[in-house]
Design a protein around this ligand. Structure first.
Ligand code: ZN
Length: 241
């Protein structure tokens, strides 16, 4: 078992291509995508198609569901909402039909790993799993040893010991079959942990770890500006916030 796990690409093709190149250099063939192909960024069409042909498993996120009219966008902040409306205008019927095939959750590796965009508890309510308390609740909503998520764009590994004690790791963790894990794989296209480089994860039998990849942030920003996407969304890319 060896997977590259990517999430939250958000229409950022420069970041996606840089990450796929890095994965290729590591000779990893299985790529899992945890949702949010579109929203925020300038190249939704290209991102959907690239993901569709590169990943073995494709999950949907809240932004993907928003452009498919499957979720209400009233709870999106004004900038995210503006980007969703722009994205809807800039996706072909072909890309939309690909997006409709993205799933809400999946199990892989003989049920060893559970995949979901937001939380195991309420996958389509798009809640955030941010604290150890959120994790404690959610550990009761899946049976698998490992759960991989995206959504908050904030990479972390929460390890739960048989005693119930939890430990957080920031860069990597050795996997132990007596423990359970909730892992946020980070965001490819819009990192929010203060590091502007694209983030993704690699998981094998023994380890899970995060990788950061530089990409041409300026090129992405230039396109966003040309398309009139919100200034705050353009700015945040260079700060990774
Ligand atoms: Zn996202």
């Amino acid at each position: 078992m060896r997977y590259a796990v990517i999430s939250d690409v958000h229409g950022n093709i420069e970041a996606l291509q840089a990450v796929l190149e890095d994965i290729k250099n590591k000779k990893i063939e299985n790529i899992l995508f945890l949702g949010d192909a579109v929203g925020y960024g300038p190249d939704p069409e290209e991102c959907v198609k690239t993901l569709f042909y590169s990943c073995q498993i494709l999950l949907a996120g809240n932004h993907d569901w928003a452009v498919l009219d499957l979720t209400d966008i009233d709870y999106f902040n004004p900038h995210a909402k503006a980007a969703i409306l722009w994205t809807k205008e800039n996706l072909s019927e072909e890309a939309l039909s690909m997006l409709r095939r993205f799933e809400i959750s999946r199990e892989v590796e003989n049920k060893k790993i559970f995949l979901v965009h937001s939380t195991p508890k309420n996958p389509t309510e798009w809640n955030y799993l941010l604290t150890l308390w959120d994790a404690e609740i959610n550990f009761h909503y899946f049976d698998n040893p490992i759960c991989l998520i995206g959504h908050s764009h904030y990479p972390f590994i929460i390890e739960r010991l048989p005693s119930g004690e939890m430990i957080t790791h920031r860069e990597k963790a050795k996997l132990d079959s007596s423990k359970r894990y909730i892992i946020n794989v980070g965001s490819v296209g819009q990192p929010r942990d203060g590091d502007p480089r694209a983030c993704y994860s690699v998981i094998d039998e023994w380890w899970v770890r995060f990788y950061r990849v530089e990409y041409d942030v300026k090129k992405t920003q230039k396109k966003m500006k040309a398309y009139g996407l919100p200034q705050s969304l353009i700015k945040r890319l260079q700060h990774g916030l």
